[in-house]
Every structure is written in structure tokens, then in C-alpha cells.
Design a protein around this ligand. Structure first.
Ligand code: SAJ
Length: 414
């Protein structure tokens, strides 16, 4: 068993910390957000995720997971902080740098530092160099140079878990473990072996960084293909969902589903790290990002066009989350659509989102927007827009919508 310090108790750090504690490790979780610290310290999950609450309560009750505002000395450090993009879609590594600076003074000989945050190629070496500059008293590894004398191990083990199935995937998914050197990868493997039942593949840190970025770009490009088809189908008068269903009967075709756009903090962000590194070469990846980013506006335009035909239109948006059956509104295309409708349309907007108790800040201040339940929305709206395929929406009695205009961005009516 190891002492592990998890820096960042967000969507990745918190499930990871709770999982490690459940496997008997002694875990210190730290976060700069006082609300997160308060909640997690009291054994309360700071976001909804199946099974997380149960695992976390046990971790805190047994004393195996403790929280504090700053990192503590440990044998292993996991950095799980955000890596957004900044101006010009350039990667913003300021959180990784701050976390690196916070652990540097604590490092002891033999410590293992693992970067889990998605990061541009070269970031793990940059973390190593930053630690080395802060700790000239310790010997650090160098990429590609096996060094038996190195006293610290550094690796990149990008997370892969899917919101909605995080705990299951945390255990079952295969992992890529990229060391600055092979010895670094092997040292990180010892920690992952304690809870991962999937295969752990060892490689170097640059490859691991690249692998993570291409996984998310692959998905973005494929969703963009589906979204582009929905625009083309609309122009040509073809039902895109039926067309995709039929195309997918081909043994080598597996087209994804068009939607309101691509949200969340991963797929809409990470491909830009590749574009930023090689802008003139990553043409398809950039185009996919642009197609997916343009989709919410296209959906909003269609709704506005219908609304223009009514005198005092009442529009109901079904779903605000960035994808079905989660409470996460981060970078949600549906929030962008709702906001645009409320600001631009001369209309009353009803929002249905069973996963939240209050409107998000982008909508809360607008006096023509109200959060309502499904029945109210179905009764009062002239136009119904399906933006997210939450389970309760899928069970809706469509007969009740007769006479309404329906804009179905996600194929819910099929
Ligand atoms: N979407 C569509 N059509 C589809 C599938 C998804 O429009 O056919 C939309 C969703 O509604 C959502 C967005 O794409 O807005 C992304 O959703 P997602 O379920 O594909 O992925 P995330 O962002 O929840 O999680 C992804 C996962 N990555 C991949 O599947 C390659 C997860 O495994 C990663 O851990 C996570 O990103 C991450 O942190 O990188």
C-alpha cells in the first residue's frame, strides 16, 4: 500500500482518490476550491456520478481519504488538474504548472509523479524539467535516457473514463502508462496494478500524450461527420437518422449520432492541442472542431425560424446537460442554444433539465427563461426543441405533442 497525494479533486481526481482509498492506499486529496474540500471532507460527492457517493463515504469514514487545501508529502503524486485552452486555442498549462510547483518542495527520493491531466505532447517532460529546476538536490530522469541513478520517477497516465460510467471504467479500462523513462513507467504501473483489471500498456510519455489526444480527436472527427450529415440531410430532404441506421447495416460502417453539438471538457478541447502543435497539418482535426462548434448555432437558427411565425412564441428546450443522463453543464451546446434563443428571440423560454435544481448562471439572470418540468413544458410551449436525449425524455408520450412544432436535434422522435 502507498501514500498517495491526489492534486485536484475534480471529475477525474475525486473518483481516482476514492478508488485508491478503497484499495487500501492512504490518500490525501487536495483542491483549491473550498466548497470541494468542505463537501469531500464530509464524505459528500461534489457531482453526480453512479456509485461515487458510496465509494467516497466509505473512503472518508475509514480515514483512508483525507482532504486539505495543499499537497502533503507522499510516495506517489497524481496530478489531475484542468488543462483548458487559452486565447487562440493554445493549451493553458497554468494549473499543471501550479500543481507542479506545489509538490516540488515535498518530493523525497523515490517519489513517483504521475500526470493524469490530458496534456499536449511534451508536457510531461516540461513537468519534469520544472521539478528539476525547483529541486537541484534531486536527480531527475530524462526522456529516452535510462538512468539507474534517477531518484524521482515521472509518468503520464492519461485518464480515459466516461462520465456516467466512471467507476466501472476506472477499473475495467485498459490504461496507457507513458514514462519519461522505462523505469518511470514501471514505477507508475505498480500503483495502477492495485486497482485496474484492464491491461496496462507501457510506453514513453510523449506517445502516451499523443495517444490520449488522438483518442479524443478520433471521436470528435466521427461526431463531426455525423453532424455534417445532419446538415446535408436537412438540405436534401432526407431523414438523417434513418439514413445512418441503414448505412450502419454495412459491415464496415459505424456512423455516430448527430446532436446539438459537442460539449464537455474533453472532446471539444483536446483536439485543439494537436491543432496548436501543427496547425498547417492537422487540417481534418481542425475542420471537425469547426463543424461541431457550429452545430449549436445551426440548431438555434432553426428554432428561431419557427419562432418567427408565432406572435408570442413559447419555446421549450429539453435538456441543458452536455450529454444524456449526466448533470454536467460544462461547455454544453444546449446551454449555448438556450442562451442564444433567450437573448435573440422575442420569446418566452421554458427549460426542462431534470438533473439540475436551478438554472445555470448563463440563463439565471434572463427574465424570459424559466426552469420547468416536462408536463408544464409540453402543455405551454408552441415549439418543443429536443436537445439532449435524457432517459425521461425518451419515455415521453409523443401523442401529447400533436399540434406542436418539434425541432428534434438528437433524433429522439425516432
Ligand atoms: N455526442 C454526439 N454524438 C455521438 C456521441 C456523442 O453528439 O454519437 C456528443 C455528446 O452529446 C457530448 C459530446 O459528444 O456533447 C462528448 O460526449 P462523449 O460521451 O463522447 O464523451 P465525454 O466527453 O463524456 O468523454 C470522453 C470520452 N472519450 C472518448 O470516448 C474518446 C472518455 O472516455 C474520456 O475519458 C473523456 O472524454 C476525457 O476526459 O477525455
Amino acid at each position: 500500500m502507498m501514500q498517495v497525494c491526489v492534486v485536484g479533486l475534480g471529475y477525474i481526481g475525486l473518483p481516482t482518490a476514492a478508488m485508491l482509498a478503497s484499495r487500501g492506499h492512504e490518500v490525501i486529496g487536495c483542491d483549491i476550491n473550498p466548497r470541494t474540500l468542505r463537501m469531500v471532507g464530509a464524505g459528500q460527492a461534489s457531482f453526480q456520478e453512479p456509485d461515487l457517493q458510496m465509494l467516497l463515504s466509505a473512503a472518508v469514514q475509514t480515514g483512508r481519504l483525507r482532504v486539505q487545501a495543499t499537497p502533503a508529502e507522499a510516495e506517489c503524486y497524481i496530478l489531475a488538474v484542468p488543462t483548458p485552452f487559452g486565447p487562440g486555442k493554445q493549451p493553458d498549462l497554468s494549473f499543471v504548472e501550479a500543481a507542479t510547483d506545489a509538490i516540488a518542495p515535498l518530493l523525497r527520493r523515490g517519489a513517483v509523479v504521475i500526470l493524469e491531466s490530458t496534456a499536449p505532447v511534451g508536457a510531461t517532460e516540461a513537468v519534469t524539467a520544472r521539478l528539476a529546476a525547483a529541486r537541484p538536490d534531486l536527480r531527475f530522469p530524462r526522456h529516452g535516457e535510462e538512468d539507474a541513478e534517477a531518484e524521482i520517477r515521472v509518468a503520464h497516465c492519461p485518464e480515459r473514463i466516461l462520465p456516467g460510467s466512471m467507476l466501472r471504467e476506472l477499473v475495467a479500462n485498459d490504461r496507457i502508462i507513458g514514462g519519461v523513462t522505462e523505469a518511470c513507467a514501471r514505477a507508475a504501473l505498480r500503483l495502477y496494478e492495485s486497482f485496474v483489471t484492464g491491461q496496462c500498456y507501457l510506453t514513453d510519455c510523449r506517445t502516451a500524450e499523443f495517444v490520449k489526444l488522438i483518442e479524443n480527436s478520433y471521436r470528435d472527427v466521427n461526431i463531426a461527420f455525423a453532424n455534417e450529415l445532419s446538415l446535408i440531410g436537412d438540405r436534401l430532404g432526407v431523414d438523417v437518422w434513418r439514413a445512418i441506421e441503414l448505412a450502419n447495416r454495412h459491415p464496415r460502417v459505424a456512423i455516430l449520432q448527430p446532436g446539438a453539438g459537442v460539449g464537455g471538457h474533453c472532446i471539444a478541447v483536446d483536439p485543439w492541442f494537436l491543432v496548436a502543435a501543427v496547425p498547417e497539418t492537422a487540417r481534418l482535426i481542425r475542420a471537425a472542431r469547426e463543424v461541431n462548434d457550429a452545430k449549436p448555432d445551426w440548431v438555434a437558427e432553426r428554432i428561431l425560424r419557427h419562432a418567427a411565425r408565432f406572435r408570442d412564441p413559447v419555446v421549450a428546450c429539453f435538456g441543458l446537460a452536455y450529454k444524456p443522463d449526466v448533470d454536467d453543464l460544462r461547455e454544453s451546446p444546449s446551454v449555448a442554444i438556450a442562451e442564444r434563443l433567450a437573448r435573440q428571440g422575442n420569446l418566452t423560454l421554458l427549460v426542462v433539465e431534470p438533473h439540475v435544481a436551478a438554472l445555470p448562471p448563463a440563463l439565471a439572470g434572463l427574465d424570459n427563461v424559466t426552469l420547468v418540468d416536462m408536463a408544464t413544458a409540453c402543455r405551454e410551449a408552441d415549439i418543443i426543441a429536443f436537445l439532449v436525449g435524457h432517459k425521461p425524455f425518451r419515455r415521453l408520450d409523443l401523442q401529447g405533442l400533436l399540434g406542436k412544432v418539434v425541432v428534434d436535434a438528437i433524433g429522439l422522435m425516432r
